[in-house]
Design a protein around this ligand. Structure first.
Ligand SMILES: Cc1ncc(C[n+]2csc(CCOP(=O)(O)OP(=O)(O)O)c2C)c(N)n1
Length: 287
């Protein structure tokens, strides 16, 4: 994370209401997105909000942009990651966090996801995975399980779901995590991701109460932390990732699958190193 030390407001009591906006949330009553929103705000409230920028895609998840009082961009469907990278290149001193749905990340934006893992720019990326395109009323996405039916797929999904955790591991991501949409889990993983230097991929299991409720889903989850998982071992991460293939299963591991250190994109470019040293963005350079 950039500016972790300089921007901390540790002497003050963090108050997430400072990040409130006047926009009334239009998510469904009880939507798990409220949990994610609260967790994200609680963590960012500990820092100076001017040091942050957020990016959202298009979908239910993207409404989060209207509910947090931070700078950033509500961008095009599937284009969260290049927008995050653009902001980092414009000002590498900003802490950038991207938010996508599973449609946004794994369908429209899938190519960017692979390269974001490869580039290892120092920004963080949440994917709210409800296993449907929720805003457009519940069509299957690349992580929808076999057999799921809706009006567009009346005979049920036939093809095997994508496993994004394995995709991220194979693409070279330096921080790969999955949590449930619970305020405490979001707080934990966001703080860990901010402390990580490099790209952080965080999938959030976020059942859609209307189009894909997944009853009993949460009971199948267990914590990697409490199960002797070594997050520095690629082999262990891969094995754990295989335990849940996004079809109905008995157990779903949650936590940080894998964390390692590699050079970050910004440090490989002298111009960006220079901006970081000076604590400025391109717009601050006098010409
Ligand atoms: C390029 C493009 N394709 C399709 C759409 C239509 N569209 C708007 S929202 C949406 C669903 C988004 O689903 P997801 O990313 O999973 O987010 P969720 O609504 O589930 O949070 C789609 C397909 C669009 N706006 N732009």
């Amino acid at each position: 994370m950039t500016n972790l030390n300089t921007s901390t407001r540790s002497e003050q009591v963090p108050h997430s209401s400072a990040l409130n906006t006047r926009t009334k949330p239009t998510w469904c009553l009880g939507c798990y997105n409220f949990q994610i929103l609260a967790g994200v705000k609680n963590v960012i409230a500990k820092y100076k909000k001017e040091d942050f920028a957020i990016v959202t895609g298009i979908g239910c998840h993207a409404k989060l942009f209207d509910y947090i009082n931070l700078n950033g961009l509500n961008t095009l469907h599937g284009r969260v990651l290049p927008t995050c990278l653009g902001i980092k290149v414009g000002n590498p001193n900003l802490n950038v966090i991207g938010f996508s749905g599973d449609g946004d990340a794994y369908a429209e934006g899938i190519e960017h996801l692979i390269h974001a893992a490869r580039y290892n720019s120092d920004f963080k990326y949440f994917v709210f995975n409800n296993q449907v395109f929720a805003l457009t009323v519940g069509q299957p996405t690349p992580t929808t399980e076999i057999g799921f039916k809706d009006k567009t797929t009346p005979l049920g999904v036939k093809v095997h779901p994508l496993n994004p955790i394995k995709l991220m591991l194979a693409s070279g991501a330096t921080f790969v995590a999955r949590v449930f949409a619970d305020v405490k889990q979001i707080e934990y993983v966001l703080q860990e991701a901010l402390n990580h230097k490099g790209f952080a991929f965080i999938e959030v299991l976020q059942p859609c109460l209307i189009f894909h409720p997944h009853k009993g889903y949460r009971e199948k989850t267990y914590s990697l932390d409490k199960d002797n998982h070594d997050k520095t071992s690629f082999e262990q991460a891969w094995k754990r990732a295989e335990e849940f293939d996004y079809n109905v299963v008995n157990k779903i591991p949650l936590g940080i699958f894998y964390q390692t250190q590699k050079p970050i994109f910004e440090d490989l470019h002298p111009q960006l190193v220079e901006l970081k040293k000076k604590g400025i963005g391109w717009k601050d350079i006098k010409r």
